[in-house]
Design a protein around this ligand. Sequence first.
Ligand code: PMP
Length: 353
Amino acid sequence: MSDPLREDLASIPRYVPGKAIPDAVKLSSNEVPYGPLPGVVDAITEAAEGIHRYPDLGVVELRDALAARIGVPAERIVTGTGSVALIGHLMQAVAGPGAEIVYSWRSFEAYPIAATVAGLRSVRVPNTADHRHDVDAMIAAVGPDTRAVILCSPNNPTGPALTAEEIDRVFDAVPESVLVVIDEAYREFVTDPACPDAIERYSGRPNAVVFRTFSKAWGLAGLRVGYMVATPEVAGAVSRCVIPFAVNAAAQRAALAALEAEGEMRRRVALVTSERKRTVMAARELVPDVPDSQANFFWLPLGDKAVEFAAHCEELGILVRPFGGDGVRVTIGLPEENDALLDALRAFVEAQG
Ligand code: PMP
């Protein structure tokens, strides 16, 4: 009997979630540490009364609210079960025999997984020595089979965001038949004015696709809501790939309530970015080539010490996210959590001599 399963699935690396150990300091999943935004828990509680009914298939209220905020028609917005699901759906929408997708590496670990599942060939372009996208090499990697180029800005897990000049260069170099996908999961944490809001700057372009999420700054990681902005044609194609009722009733109400609490979201983001500045500066005293971060995490380029440092942190009750042989991603937490991480790093570096 022949094996009914696809052979290529066995080669896909597993998505590694940040560890969760009760009572540990969790700096491993890029969450914001302050709990849900005001009004969100009440909205979910209210939505719970109606969960014997299917949710709104079109996610109309949320898409309308987003459309009003960002100034594009709702037909250009697709919502999904987190932006990670939409990234997968976009890949399904562009896949076909021989089709390729270009992205930087190291970048978000879901890209190679989603590409292989969709049947797309991944073309990975190594980051520069300072852990940024190598924009010129990415442009050079675009060929006749390329359907899309992903720019992860800020880049998970290394932290830097792309400048307007860099993203402009990509748009100017690639044909309009190649989608330029800008993954802005961490956009709210960007403080460098050289790094643009991609919806504002590029959503008028026919090949621009921008991803955003409610998981990070908006504090809804556990409910799974993300969205995508693109042309009506691309949005229409991706929405055909979305599993019906992908955004559940509680998630839609919670996202609407979170949008109402934007002021508090901004206040919390400012706490994170000021802690980021302090923590990255202190970490650089110990590990000199920590790159700039525009996100709510930063990168410790520890090379083959990455796993050892993560184990050392875990012994101290701190969870971080190692990428073996490469580096460690550390989420910005509360001030005392960041201090604990810095103490752990100091002890580790000193013990290395
Ligand atoms: N893009 C990037 C760059 C991310 O880091 C993440 C979360 N780790 C996502 C997308 C997906 O986020 P979500 O599915 O929670 O919206």
